[in-house]
Write a protein that binds this ligand. Sequence first.
Ligand code: NI
Length: 150
Amino acid sequence: MARRMIVKLGDEVLRKKCSEVTDFDAKLATLLDDMKETMILADGVGLAAPQVGMLKRIAVISPDGEEFYEFVNPVITKSSGKQICREGCLSVPGVSGEVERPKKVEVKAYDRHGKPFVLKAEGFLANICCHEFDHLDGTLFIDKMLPGDR
Ligand code: NI
């Protein structure tokens, strides 16, 4: 595993739409391992591929530093409820703000081997999923910050 550089706000790569992963190969596994290490070393709870300069639909999440999730080509297929979340982002250092997110989401994605899975998430995990998957379409939490918190 190797630590990768985290791209910061102002870099165009954070604003691009990522493309789907088609090859579930060793390169993908290396990228996922590197993203996990980079997230841990940066003390983050999630990291999306564009944050390490890769325009691919990939994210890693760890809500508590113990449980780890990997998502390839994730899609939110169901969402319900609302929660107000205080968010920050490794690519937007020094900024935090409140964002409205669904309370529960259902995610369809693939693992590193190309095997599909479904994850039902709520609360903080649902929050992180929404934040990370937004990155894959070039959206940042600061775009969604509630008025009065900008
Ligand atoms: Ni982020």
